[in-house]
Design a protein around this ligand. Structure first.
Ligand SMILES: C[S@@+](CC[C@H](N)C(=O)[O-])C[C@H]1O[C@@H](n2cnc3c(N)ncnc32)[C@H](O)[C@@H]1O
Length: 314
């Protein structure tokens, strides 16, 4: 019981891995959230949508926003912090990409592999986003949804995401961020809310949209400007919808019993605080797109090729 109610503070990558291993093994998160551990996209203005359908829509909206739908079959994608592979499978199945998903959680890798049908071009491995095991310029696209808040060193995260990208390749990131406190400092109440949001779900820190944009630019690996967007409004209904799932799907109670019920119930205050923080502008849902600069113009061997660009008419 004490374990159920204790905070899950960030301690190290291992504590994040342990948290996700437990959330994966008990099956509760997957039962309610499906294969996607991220918010849904409800349009602008937000419309009523099925909770899981909104998550699928999020992936397609992110593909469109990132201008990835023009890329050809076989485009190589690294999904950083892939969870149990929901996005990776959509990218492989619906866009024909060759996807490698990495997560810090061994149990997520196991579950992602179980959920991936044979023949689908999606593979999974344990790896650390702060020290990726891939050589420089390995992928045409690097993609990441909601992994950043678990990463303590955001500058290293930014560098690693761009390092493994081929020159001309595209980085697309979707993340929870906090308001830029350099411009508008947090008051006492806001600091208490942020502390809870960090400690409950193993987050060392949230960056701001402006701050992470600067970190990407400061790597010196970005061609032109980093493009950002704020999808707070489009994703906001997810928070209350996720609480509603517990009411709308009472069969979860039978399936996971009293411990499952308590475990789910303990998430409700954090979900409400998240809704409050995103609703009042303390947190913001940030989107980031960057193109990898051509580090060495003589070396075209690792460059994303014209052959990978699919004609829009196809
Ligand atoms: C909120 S979940 C998002 C999962 C997935 N992107 C999705 O949308 O379903 C955060 C993910 O980041 C992963 N993660 C956290 N810290 C990581 C790290 N240092 N290296 C790699 N993955 C990490 C977690 O294991 C988890 O898979």
């Amino acid at each position: 019981m004490a374990y159920l109610l204790s905070a899950r503070k960030y301690q190290s990558s291992d504590s994040v891995a342990n948290s996700y291993d437990q959330w994966t093994n008990d099956g509760i998160l997957e039962f309610y959230w499906g294969e996607h551990i991220h918010l849904g996209h409800y349009g602008l203005p937000p419309q009523r949508k099925d909770f899981i359908a909104a998550k699928h829509d999020f992936v397609h909206e992110m593909v469109r926003w990132g201008d990835l739908d023009r890329l050809a079959t076989g485009t190589t994608v690294l999904d950083v912090g892939c969870g149990i592979g929901g996005s990776s499978r959509i990218l492989a199945r619906d866009y024909g990409f060759a996807v490698t998903g990495i997560t810090i959680s061994p149990q997520q890798v196991k579950r992602a592999q179980e959920l991936t049908p044979e023949g689908l071009n999606a593979q999974f491995a344990v790896d650390d986003a702060m020290a990726l095991s891939f050589p420089d310029a390995s992928f045409d696209v690097v993609w990441s949804i909601e992994a950043g808040p678990h990463i303590p060193d955001k500058a290293m995260f930014a560098k690693e995401l761009l390092r493994v990208l081929k020159p001309g390749g595209i980085l697309v990131v979707a993340d929870w961020n906090q308001r830029d406190d350099r411009i508008h400092p947090l008051n006492w109440w806001e600091r208490q809310i942020m502390r809870q949001l960090l400690d409950q779900w193993s987050h060392p820190a949230f960056s701001s949209i402006e701050g992470f944009c600067e970190l990407l630019a400061e790597t010196g690996l970005v061609e032109g400007e980093v493009i950002t967007a704020d999808w707070t409004q489009e994703t906001l209904p997810s928070w209350l919808d996720s609480i509603w799932q517990g009411v709308a799907r009472p069969e979860g109670l039978l399936r996971f019993g009293i411990f499952g019920f308590i475990k789910s119930l303990r998430e409700v205050p954090t979900l409400l605080l998240m809704r409050l923080a995103f609703g009042m502008g303390l947190c913001r849902f940030g989107m980031f797109r960057a193109v990898r600069a051509d580090a060495n113009p003589q070396d075209f061997s690792g460059t994303i090729g014209e052959s990978l660009v699919r004609s829009r008419s196809l």
